[in-house]
Design a binder for this molecule. Structure first.
Ligand code: M6R
Length: 633
């Protein structure tokens, strides 16, 4: 949550900071602000609401400063008003700070600082930080006698007083050649240019300037000057760190002619599914050939699956929905009992510890605070136990460079490329591919599926990208037209069964988060136990009816809804006559084996949500109250 940027170099800082914030706006957009340093003074401009408000304010002024920090906010402490917007300055206007995270002990620090005469202007937790730093700085340093480490040491003393998870960028009026950045359980990366250096919460803001990037680790702070970068730990020990070279292209974060990133990302799904399968399915493996090869190569070590008795998956939101599909696959294909927990619930009511358990943290961003904290807790509570109870932690993420990697033992990289739209789409389908591959890998290792069945599933998976392309080519216009009918609808119900129940949940979540229409996903068979009372002519029901074990049941449940006047929309195969008679509207998809159908069924639901939201004129990529990366609990 919240995005921070910083710049020090020879160019005008303001434009670079604004461009960086634009790329981070997906992290929060309640307010934005920048602070620059020139002529021994901090100049701070902030604006409530989206970034264009700040841009408008900045257009009215001339600012040639070559050092600055910026922030785009997702409000935690204090309303989304300008007075709570970052950067925050100390009461003497000597230090400016932007923060992403939460300072848990800010109340006690605030009281302490107030007792020393500090006056506070905001309701935020962040404001204690510049005030603490200012307390540790020498009073009015004389330039020629100025201690070259004074600013660094003041920050170092300050971070040792802070409790919580935070990333900071800090500038000081009296130290115009230094920018200090800090990382403690919130992401922060430094970009290395020629005589200029950048920092940002996410490398997407760095790639337009440089590919040489250093991701700080927890408990590290760095001093950026026009001459270079020095990294220290919180005790002040200098660390030797080198940047790595990214293979990313800046064009990954362009819309390429699409109206919204979300639509572009929906259209990228065939390619990312293909990529993921190419990376993880061993092309040389064939069922008929008796060789040593494994069908799947996720690069996971054998110890992760040795004597495996149980799997528990921890996740939030869309990743939780993908995990529900994962549970189905791991149980049905690999025969491993699997539980899926909301990370935010698990933390406070963990399941009893069982032996030989694999814990999988699923998070596309790799930064979701609830998921990371739940994984840390799992690691911690198992650390003193017998070997069979020790934690085995696997992460599944789209950002292998994220904080998740420092917690888990091994990673499955979902390889979807950067996703900018707040509503997850392509990263969801690649999480599903991750689970298919994992379940097949474990099935192969445990001998729960025959080689020919594994091959059959792999062939089916390889056909999916083409099927998704067909849905996109043939159905988008149809769905766009259908969406017009629902622009004023207030409630939606999504139903599905078996492996497609999570897709009903995901369809409902997509619609809720970007169109602000109330929507619920239910197992189709549960409707009659209560929710059916909600139905009338004003409540459309979207039923996911894919041929397979539960098809007839879903169609019957849909008929029950129709009998209560609900308008029925069927996500169902193209040529299904029974479906054509049952449903008022169709969102047709190609027919595939039921096991593989979630990846196809979700696509029309993403398009439906997208077109309804676009029709309502809403900000599809940055829906209200949300942020792409939820780094607060
Ligand atoms: O980065 P994560 O996968 O951990 O994020 C979890 C949720 O915050 C996320 O899936 C959220 O529900 C999305 N906005 C869904 O579209």
């Amino acid at each position: 949550m919240c995005g921070i940027v910083g710049y020090i170099g020879t160019q005008v800082a303001t434009e670079i900071l604004l461009a960086g914030l634009e790329r981070l706006e997906y992290r929060g957009y309640d307010s934005a602000g920048i602070a620059t340093v020139s002529e021994g003074k901090i100049h701070c401009v902030r604006a409530k609401g989206k970034l264009y408000n700040l841009r408008e304010k900045l257009e009215r002024e001339v600012n040639h400063a070559q050092i600055g920090i910026g922030h785009t906010r997702w409000a935690t402490h204090g309303k989304p008003e300008e007075y709570n917007a970052h950067p925050h300055l100390d009461c003497g206007m000597r230090v400016a700070v932007v923060q992403n995270g939460i300072i848990e002990n800010y109340r006690e620090l605030r009281d302490e600082l107030k007792s020393k005469g500090c006056e506070f202007r905001s309701e935020t937790d962040t404001e204690v930080i510049p005030n603490l730093i200012a307390q540790f700085l020498p009073e009015k340093p004389i330039p020629e006698l100025q201690d070259s480490n004074a600013f660094l040491e003041a920050v170092q003393k300050t971070v040792n007083r802070l409790e919580g998870a935070f990333a900071l960028a800090i500038a000081a009026a009296e130290y115009p050649d230094e920018l200090i950045v800090v990382r403690q359980q919130a992401p922060l990366a430094i970009g290395f240019g020629q005589g200029e250096f950048f920092c940002a919460s996410d490398i997407t803001a760095l790639v337009p300037h440089t590919r040489a990037v250093l991701s700080l680790e927890n408990g590290e702070l760095a001093r950026l000057t026009p001459l270079g970068v020095e990294v220290y730990d919180f005790t002040g020990t200098r660390l030797k760190k080198m940047p790595r070279t990214l293979s990313w292209s800046p064009t990954l974060v362009e819309k390429h002619g699409f109206r919204h990133f979300m639509l572009k990302e929906i259209y990228e799904q065939p390619a990312v599914v293909r990529n993921c399968l190419e990376a993880y399915v061993n092309q040389a493996w064939h069922a008929q050939e008796n060789c040593e090869l494994s069908p799947i190569n996720l690069g996971l070590s054998p110890k992760l699956s040795e004597n495996l008795a149980q799997i528990q998956i921890l996740a939030c939101g869309t990743s939780w929905h993908a995990s529900l599909v994962g549970k189905y696959l791991l149980e049905q294909l690999a025969g491993i009992p699997t539980q899926v927990e909301y990370a935010s619930e698990f933390r406070y009511a963990p399941t009893p510890i069982t032996p030989n358990t694999l814990t999988i943290g699923v998070t596309q961003s790799g930064e979701t605070a609830d998921t990371l904290a739940a994984l840390e807790m799992e690691k911690q509570r198992r650390s003193q136990l017998q070997p069979e109870f020790q934690a085995r932690l696997l992460g599944m993420t789209n950002r292998p460079e994220s904080t998740l990697a420092s917690i888990v033992d091994e990673i499955i990289d979902t390889k979807a490329g950067i996703e900018i739209g707040v509503a997850a789409t392509k990263t969801f389908v690649t999480q599903l591919i991750g689970f298919y591959c994992l379940a097949l890998d474990l099935a192969d290792r445990r001998g729960t599926l025959s080689a020919s069945r594994i091959e059959e599933i792999l062939i089916g998976l390889r056909h999916l990208p083409q099927h998704i392309e067909n849905v996109l080519e043939q159905q988008e216009r149809v769905i766009e037209d259908l969406a017009h009918d629902f622009a004023e609808t207030q409630d939606f119900i999504f139903i599905g069964r078996g492996i497609n129940f999570p897709i009903a949940l995901e369809g409902a979540l997509k619609l809720k988060e970007i169109s602000y229409i109330h929507a619920e996903g239910y197992p189709a068979g549960e409707m009659k136990h209560g929710p059916i009372a909600l139905l009338d002519a004003k409540v459309p029901v979207v039923a996911i009816a894919m041929p397979g074990g539960v098809y007839e049941k879903v169609v019957s449940n849909a008929q029950e809804a129709k009998a209560r006047d609900a308008r029925l929309i069927g996500v169902t195969p193209v040529n299904d006559l029974e479906a054509a008679e049952t449903f008022n509207d169709l969102l047709p998809v190609p027919e595939v084996e039921e096991l593989l159908s979630p990846i196809l069924a979700v696509v029309p639901l993403q398009l439906l949500a997208y077109h309804i939201a676009a029709r309502r004129g809403l900000d599809v990529d940055q829906p209200r109250n949300l942020a792409k990366s939820v780094t607060v609990e």
